[in-house]
Design a protein around this ligand. Sequence first.
Ligand code: MG
Length: 265
Amino acid sequence: MLIGRFLYKDFIFIGRVYDGVVYPLSEHDLNISQLCDENMLKSDRKNKIDKPCYMLDELKVLPPCVPSKIVCVGLNYKDHAEEFGLPIPKEPILFLKPPTTVIGHGESIILPKQSSHVEYEGELAVVIGKKAKNVSQSDAFKVVLGYTCANDVTARDLQKKDQQWTRSKSFDTFCPIGLYIATDINPANLNLRVYLNGELKQFTNTNKLIFDVPALVSYISSIMTLMPGDIILTGTSSGVGKVEKGDKIEVVVDKIGTLENFVNA
Ligand code: MG
């Protein structure tokens, strides 16, 4: 199932997307925690929620979730570590992006004046569906709502200059996510492509992740409580590169779809 967040006039809702039509999962604005708790995603409900519905072109598509935090994994593809001449990590390398970095499909990444070298990083994002602490790897999928595309936009010059990565990763608009959340898919074997102005720049498969989704959910939840709507960015492959004003970036993941954003100053 593909689910997204939408704006219709002044009404924000989560809806199921099917064949260009959006079916609200409730008559009132639900958050992701309620969606999971009330079993709104059970397939036997599909026929009970068909009215009212909206055509996609009537709606503004919003970022598909509202995270309290975005937990990111660095150097989680061998070829990306090698690209930077860095050793393969023995444990996941974590950092955070603030929720204010989030933008949705079609919104603009704004180049900050403090940086002269901003890069894209296409990634698979895990969307958490249930409050999670100390989750075992075997239970990890029970707390995952689904998956979406993400771009871990990075001011590479500031990342190299600073002692740590907070500034380089945290500018407003530096975390495009979307377009929708795909539930009920296996994240272990998905092709991931990034196009810059239509040219293929990154191409990998999530089967190349050093630490896979269950390992990451378990590891991160042993440190901090994950909340419904929180996002884990699973890391990027080789092929990252600089963006300029006017560029179009597309992150495309099998079974999820395309996240498209433009770059502005
Ligand atoms: Mg990254």
